[in-house]
Design a protein around this ligand. Structure first.
Ligand SMILES: Cc1cc2nc3c(=O)[nH]c(=O)nc-3n(C[C@H](O)[C@H](O)[C@H](O)COP(=O)(O)OP(=O)(O)OC[C@H]3O[C@@H](n4cnc5c(N)ncnc54)[C@H](O)[C@@H]3O)c2cc1C
Length: 409
């Protein structure tokens, strides 16, 4: 097990500087354009693929970094560049983590490369869990997966919503109900391979922020996938369901993780790191502005009212990063989140991003409120962090339940 450290090693610093260069030279200059276009920035993804940032190898290297700092460091730098474009670059990772968390080695080897494509023909992937009536309340999921034993195929029917890259993805990972009586414990994840008949894109959402990232409904009508597309395999699923049924009969007992939750737990600190990146970007713009903008014959930072805001902004950002790094180190080293540290990191970092980007607008005054300066976009982007991968309220529920052991509602 790696000791927890707050110091990046030389290799990590090199990677961080390389990512920062890409974020500063390629992502940030393209941010305003793709925000206005509200389209997936394919040329930027391709550029990221060419230099090796959009690749399975790169993420695997960061994901398995024993210090746990690889992924948060990478997320912070890319999202510092721009949240919408960065989500287009890393969105595939959520589906990849779904496969890594629940899939067999063979499934990992088969499907993850197809999620990314290659440098000449980049692809993206989507993770589809949320539904119109099942957002925070994952147990209300209605999409059904029924096993056709004669053909060894699963048949999926339902409507997913809010899927990042939904409908434009080469590979979709779909969470569906296999045993409705078990609630969220009766869910399983399936791969829907490229060009599978019956999967189509529903409406594409016009959003408040992260507008360069594609978000859409995914409609599944009699989608047939081979038995091998059940993540983890049938034997493991049958065992898991049998255990859940026994526990349900016995009236509860030990908790069982469901497929979607396993994905979210692993990815929460990473979302916190994205929020840290956006917050830091806005803080830097505000600091620079406050030192150069003059009113009453002196830089506005000369006023404690402005300087103290910047002090608070930076303090919160550093605190958020520490929570994120701790949770990420714990996750990589198999330390259980006994105080819901993953949720804590996501909660604090996302609330920090929302607050800090708002403070940045205030410090820039009228300019902050226009699209001539990036903090307006950053503030719109930051609002997503308190919503996706579990809202702030749901993170608080998870933390409070974990701390108290009580079924708090
Ligand atoms: C841009 C974007 C991208 C997304 N990408 C994906 C994706 O790739 N894959 C995917 O599966 N999903 C994705 N999501 C979905 C996202 O995870 C959900 O939006 C989120 O979980 C909240 O669900 P909901 O929108 O249905 O809100 P609801 O669950 O309806 O919540 C509405 C409000 O009620 C509050 N609330 C609900 N229940 C409680 C409670 N018990 N206690 C206190 N407050 C409560 C919530 O906190 C929230 O404030 C994405 C969403 C967006 C907006």
């Amino acid at each position: 097990m790696a000791e927890f450290t707050m110091e990046l090693n030389d290799e990590q610093k090199e990677v961080r500087d390389w990512l920062h260069g890409f974020a500063a030279d390629v992502i940030r200059p393209a941010a305003a354009e793709w925000d206005e276009r509200e389209e997936t920035p394919w040329p930027v993804i391709q550029e990221a693929a060419k230099v090796g940032i959009y690749s399975l190898d790169f993420y695997a290297q960061q994901y398995f970094d024993p210090t746990g700092l690889g992924i948060p460091m990478a997320m912070e730098e890319l999202f510092w560049g721009d949240a919408g474009i960065a989500l287009s670059i890393v969105g595939t990772g959520l589906a990849a983590v779904g496969v890594l968390a629940n899939g067999t080695e063979e499934q990992i080897g088969t499907w993850i490369p197809q999620m990314y494509g290659d440098t000449n023909d980049v692809k993206v992937a989507a993770f589809c869990s949320s539904e119109p009536d099942a957002g925070s309340d994952v147990a209300s999921m209605r999409t059904r997966a029924v096993y056709d034993e004669a053909k060894d195929e699963w048949v999926l029917n339902g409507t997913k919503t809010w899927a990042t890259n939904g409908g434009i993805a080469n590979v979709h990972v779909v969470v569906a109900v296999v045993d409705a009586e078990l609630g969220s414990k009766g869910h399983a994840s399936f791969i829907v391979p490229p060009n599978t008949p019956g999967l189509s894109q529903g409406q594409k959402f016009k959003k408040h922020g992260i507008r360069a990232s594609h978000t859409a409904e995914v409609v599944l009508e009699n989608v047939r996938v081979p038995g091998s597309c059940l993540l983890g395999g049938k034997e493991k699923l049958d065992e898991r369901l049998a255990r859940a049924r026994e526990r349900a009969k016995a009236g509860g007992g030990e908790r069982v993780k469901n497929a979607a939750m396993a994905t979210f737990e692993a990815s929460r600190p990473a979302v916190g790191a994205m929020a840290v990146g956006t917050a830091r970007a806005a803080y830097e713009v505000a600091l620079e502005y406050a030192t150069t903008r003059e009113q009453f014959g002196r830089p506005i930072i000369d006023n404690q009212g402005v300087a103290f805001q910047l002090a608070d902004m930076r303090t919160s950002i550093d605190a958020a990063r520490l929570l994120v790094w701790r949770a990420s180190w714990m996750a990589v080293n198999g330390k259980p989140f006994t105080a819901a540290e993953g949720s804590m990191s996501k909660l604090f970092a996302s609330e920090t991003a929302k607050k800090v980007t708002g403070q940045a607008i205030q410090i820039l005054g009228g300019n902050g409120y226009t699209r001539e300066y990036p903090v307006e976009r950053m503030h719109r982007d930051a609002a997503i962090y308190t919503i996706f991968e579990g809202t702030s309220e749901i993170q608080r529920l998870v933390i409070a339940r974990t701390l108290s052991g009580m079924p708090i509602r």
